[in-house]
Design a protein around this ligand. Sequence first.
Ligand code: ZN
Length: 181
Amino acid sequence: MAILPITVYGDKILRQKTQPVSSVSDELIVKIKNMIDTMHNARGVGLAANQVGFNKSLFVVDLKGVDGYEKFKPMIFINPELLLQSDEKVVIEEGCLSLPNLRAEVERSKMVKIRYLNTDEQLMELEADDFLARVILHEYDHLIGKMIPDRVNKEMKAQLQAELKSIKKRKVEIDYPITQL
Ligand code: ZN
C-alpha cells in the first residue's frame, strides 16, 4: 500500500488531457491499487490518474462511505468514453481532493452512459444515475483537464478566486499528502 501525494489546483498536469492506456500491465495494476489507497486515505469518492501526477486516462470510484451505497466495491474506469448524458440536469454541491476544502454547487446531467475498459481489458458499458453519475462526470472531467471552477457560472467563479489562490499557494489545512510547490 502506498499513499501518493495528490496534485492540487495550479499543478499543470490537472489541465492536460490525459493519454489513453495502451495495456493493463502489472505495473498499472499496482498504480491503480495505490490510487484506491490514496483515495481512501483522503476519504474521497473518486480519484483520477492525473490527480496523482499520472497522465493516463483512468479513474477510480468508491462510494462505500456514502449513505445508500454501503455495499459498493471500488470501480476502475480505463479509457472511459461518455456515450450519453441526460438532458435532465441536477445541481449538487461538490468537492474535489485537488481543491481542498472548497465546495461549490455544480449542475450536471442526472444520468450518464459510459463505456470503458476494466482491468481485464474487457469493454464495459454502464448506465449510472444520481450520485454515481455525478462522480463519474466529475472524474471524467479531470481526464480532459477540467475542474469544478470550469463548471460553475461566472459569479460563482469570481467568488471562488480567493480560495483558489490559497490552494495554489498550498495555504490549506488538510490531513492528506499533496504535491509541494
Ligand atoms: Zn476532483
